[in-house]
Design a protein around this ligand. Structure first.
Ligand code: UTP
Length: 300
């Protein structure tokens, strides 16, 4: 398969945030799931910061009904800025301004109906154009020394094609993920000859599962154009990626770090504990607090 010697850098990232977040009702009735905070930062901000750390310069949000809090979060807040200035809270002021994208770096498009992740990504096709792009699902949070997308961007520079972050899961969980049909695996990087979305454990070709980080070639849009429904009656990104295999190399990278499924309640709660323990300003206090639950844990 042809592999260009040097890959163009990944300058654009798509953040699909059009989902309904039904697993978090009632919290997500009026609040977008992606605005739920882990410690003190919304999930979507972690994703945007991760993209920026990987060299991304353009941030494309695919939003939906009830998601305007995300647009507000990445905009100036004049009243708050004036109040902080008046109260001499310079550190807080600098903090809320430090991660704001520059004018023109953010674009929003709307997925009118939540027809699936593949459909959400397809909605960004004109904003992405004809270049490689990243997709980050904010509800997958990775705690790592080198941010997950930066690890991928480095490997992408070498292998090109479509590249996803993967992890091994227990076989009974394959029905929750897109699964790789592996042709070659060096323990870190696996090459796939096929993909299956949410297979039953006995039908899964492996236990190597895709998590919410992708670097994709624009050819994926042509496959998404078909808008064919797959597992769960949704337009699946996995199906579109699978159809490019044979023309475009497809790899899964076992990233370094711990991934939390913040789309589930238990995963979200665990992320809050892990990120709090990891914070220099909170770790010791959190560890002391958790110690108070030792007896309850032993009884559970
Ligand atoms: P999920 O499968 O977690 O769906 O989407 P959801 O609707 O957000 O949550 P639940 O299952 O009802 O609780 C994974 C990611 O894909 C986005 C979501 O916003 C989330 O980031 N997504 C999903 C879309 O943008 N559009 C869709 O049509 C579906």
């Amino acid at each position: 398969m042809p592999r260009p010697a040097k890959q163009s850098p990944v300058r654009k990232a798509v953040f699909p945030v059009g989902g309904l977040g039904t697993r978090f009702l009632p919290a997500t009735k009026a609040l977008p799931k992606e605005m739920l905070p882990v410690v003190d930062k919304p999930l979507i901000q972690y994703a945007v910061e991760e993209a920026r750390a990987a060299g991304v310069e353009e941030f494309i949000f695919v939003t939906g009904r009830g998601k305007s809090a995300i647009e507000d979060h990445f905009d100036h807040s004049w009243e708050l800025q004036e109040s902080l200035t008046a109260r001499g809270k310079q550190a807080e002021l600098a903090e809320i301004q430090s991660w704001l994208p520059a004018p023109g770096q953010v674009a929003y498009t709307r997925q009118q109906e939540p027809l699936g992740l593949g459909h959400a990504v397809w909605c960004a096709r004109h904003l992405v154009g004809d270049e490689p792009f990243a997709v980050l699902l904010a509800d997958d949070l990775v705690l790592s020394e080198t941010p997950c997308l930066a690890q991928m961007a480095k490997v992408y520079g070498r292998v090109g094609g479509n590249l996803v972050a993967v992890m091994d899961v227990p076989r009974e969980q394959t029905g929750r993920y897109g699964i790789l049909d592996v042709v070659q695996d060096d323990g870190r990087l696996a090459e796939a000859k096929g993909l299956v979305e949410k297979p039953r454990p006995e039908k899964a070709p492996s236990t190597l599962s895709i998590i919410g980080r992708y670097i994709l070639r624009p050819e994926v849009f042509a496959e998404l154009d078909r808008r064919e429904k797959g597992a769960g009656g949704e337009v699946q990104l996995t199906d579109a990626m699978a159809r490019t295999i044979g023309r475009i190399p497809f790899h899964g990278l076992r990233f370094e770090g711990r991934r939390f499924d913040c789309g589930s309640k238990a995963g979200f709660l665990e992320a809050n504990i892990a990120f709090a323990l990891d914070r220099p300003d909170l770790g010791a206090e959190m560890s002391e607090i958790l110690g108070r639950y030792k007896d309850a844990l032993e009884k559970a």
